[in-house]
Design a protein around this ligand. Sequence first.
Ligand SMILES: NC(=O)CC[C@H](N)C(=O)O
Length: 311
Amino acid sequence: MIENQTTESSWDGGGVLKRLHFWCFPHHFRENLALRRLGVKSVEIKKPEQLQSVNYLIIPGGESTTMAKLAEYHNLFPALREFVKTGKPVWGTCAGLIFLANRATGQKLGGQDLIGGLDCMVHRNFFGSQLQSFETELAIPHVAAKEGGPPSFRGVFIRAPAILEVGPEVEVLADFPVPPEKNISSNPAVQTPEVASYLLSCYPLCDIFSSPKPIYTSKHSTSTRKRSAQIHSVLLCKENTDSLKKVIVAVRQGNLLATAFHPELTADTRWHSYFLKMGNDMADEASTSSSLPLVVPNSYDRNRIDLPIFQ
Ligand SMILES: NC(=O)CC[C@H](N)C(=O)O
């Protein structure tokens, strides 16, 4: 995995990669801080040819439509798709997750180009607008088993996507219960036909026609309004349901890692060290003995203070 070292990429005596390359968008600065805590220095990728000397790639959060336009402008898509196919580790956070998905919904009019590779259907802005951003404790059994520390992680969701479906090769690393009725019904961003279908599929046993209350206005078509009434009824049923349906918020598929939340905004670097170790996993699978193992310290530090972002 760790071939193609550039003169910028070097190893210390213990085999720690001193320079990691990643694709820069607005959250670059915070990614850089998290990686530095693990002894890794990162650089921005701005041109397709830079990807040839890259071993790891992080596609950070931001705004995926704008990111797609920039990637198009700089002709990055072919090189990014090629990179994903090489088997080198790639991690998409939030907008980066949208980029890696094979299928996306909730996109702006006209859609946007995706890199693809991750066999899933992602819903952009699933939880709503910027105002519906939130923090929550997520159970992360797989990552905690590998990295140590507590079994949960503080997930920071900023106008976040959620994964609605995954293919058989995809391992779910974290999920999250669909928010309660009051959040969803007051939130226009999630009232799309795709969310409707999803919620209806979650609660098939509910009487979806009881006490309908339209969420959509008269400017929407009759079928859309009917659908909206169905969602509302489903959500009313859900209030009485103990077992809330969950959406997926972190996955791994081979060399691809994706999180709907922002680990770089917390002081807990376990997702970053998990990602760095993925290079070793991939090298083991490919039995490429020529690759140097990347030594990443187990990163949980209970004394590191985490500042709240959303109250
Ligand atoms: N924090 C984020 O990366 C938000 C992603 C954004 N909602 C998008 O669709 O691109």
